[in-house]
Design a protein around this ligand. Structure first.
Ligand SMILES: Nc1ncnc2c1ncn2[C@@H]1O[C@H](COP(=O)(O)OP(=O)(O)OP(=O)(O)O)[C@@H](O)[C@H]1O
Length: 358
């Protein structure tokens, strides 16, 4: 297993990049811990594959270095990096049995048959395919083939890292949850350094210890699911994570007060003078509809999603979302909204401003 260091890394697909906009991956410095499970999360085109391809060796970055432990692998081909990869679509040998497919990476490295047999059995149990070991891969469904790909990715204990590129794309929705849970268990058991690329927040948040959120070629935050939820460092993280995402409302901020269209809102922290576009960010979970307290709001629609209700409302010309409990009353008299001050974040030009505890 390896610690992965991204040192001054950046990539442009252009021969002579002139400005930051020309970079598909903007400068990045980070150490990815040995044995941790990371998800690389972001919308299509944000640079996830570019970063993954640099880590796997398919792409040489136009700037910076990548280290596996203390070894500089920036220019090493994939074959020399000792990594396992699982792609969107299953890569299995149709004419081989499930057993031989799973054993392939071990036999390829000349491991003793006794070790191969033991390890294949262990992996087959974890992916729920023990009863199919003697079947030829041909004729199996896409789900089962992808499970073989996942199992084969994990069969070697000595890989530097395991890279997954949207591995559940072809998996049936009801199987996705099960496979994700199994992957998480495998990670806990074997402690591989894992990097899992996805544009699906549920996949990222359930799988990873740390989620790396990318937006427009930039890593905007690396954090635990809880950190991404409570303190999004960029408004994009606020929108992208959460269902519905964080409400972002333009405001003026002075000390420990925010002002929206002349009305006042208390903040839990104090702020100095802020430059640029200033806004507050409040998750719908921390907004509450009221008949007596808070600022004026107009309820537009109530969506009952089972566990709770999502209220879509208009707040000084902005659409906001409020989450209410399943049994909460939502009457015509509820024309006000309060925000929990401890959970109101302040942003300047889309970046979180830390503020000082009051
Ligand atoms: N080979 C290439 N040549 C030129 N531009 C590229 C190339 N590959 C990717 N890009 C551009 O780089 C940017 C980042 O693309 P990348 O594929 O890394 O994003 P992504 O987040 O993986 O997206 P997706 O989820 O759709 O695969 C995009 O603007 C894309 O158009």
């Amino acid at each position: 297993m390896a610690k992965i260091t991204l040192d001054n890394l950046a990539h442009s697909y252009m021969p002579n990049p002139a400005s930051e906009d020309d970079y598909a991956l903007k400068e990045l410095n980070h150490v990815w811990e040995d044995g941790a499970a990371y998800a690389l999360l972001g919308a299509s085109g944000c640079g996830k594959s570019t970063l993954l391809n640099i880590i796997s060796g398919l792409l040489t970055p136009s700037q910076g270095r990548i280290l596996f432990n203390d070894t500089d692998v920036t220019r090493s081909p994939t074959a020399e990096r000792n990594i396992a990869q699982v792609f969107q679509f299953p890569v299995v040998y149709d004419t081989m049995t499930v057993r031989d497919n799973l054993a392939f990476p071990l036999r390829n490295r000349g491991r003793a048959e006794s070790e191969v047999a033991e390890r294949v059995q262990e992996i087959a149990r974890m992916i729920g395919m023990e009863h199919m070991l003697n079947r030829k891969a041909r004729g199996l469904g896409a789900d089962e083939k992808q499970k073989i790909s996942l199992g084969r990715g994990m069969v070697r204990r000595d890989v530097n890292a395991l890279l997954f590129d949207e591995p559940l794309t072809v998996i049936d929705p009801h199987m996705k949850w099960e496979l994700r849970t199994q992957l998480k268990r495998l990670h806990n058991e074997f402690g591989h350094t894992m990097i899992y690329v996805t544009h699906d927040q549920t996949e990222a948040l359930t799988f990873a210890d740390r989620v790396v959120v990318m937006h427009d070629g930039r890593v905007v935050q690396i954090g635990t699911p809880e950190e991404l939820f409570e303190r999004p460092e960029h408004t994009f993280v606020g929108y992208f994570i959460g269902s519905p995402g964080m409400n972002v409302i333009p405001a003026k901020v002075d000390g420990n007060r925010a002002y929206i269209e002349g009305t006042e809102l208390p903040l839990a922290r104090g702020y100095g003078a802020l430059k640029g576009k200033v806004a507050i960010g409040v998750r719908p979970e921390y907004a509450r509809l009221s008949s007596s307290e808070g600022l004026p709001v107009r309820v537009r629609r109530v969506e009952d999603v089972g566990r709770h209700k999502i209220i879509r409302a208009e707040f000084f010309g902005h659409e906001i979302a409020i989450i209410a409990g399943e049994d909460d009353r939502i009457g015509a008299d509820m024309t006000r909204v309060t925000f929990d001050p401890a959970h109101v974040n302040v942003y300047a030009n889309d970046w979180l401003v830390a503020g000082e505890a009051a």
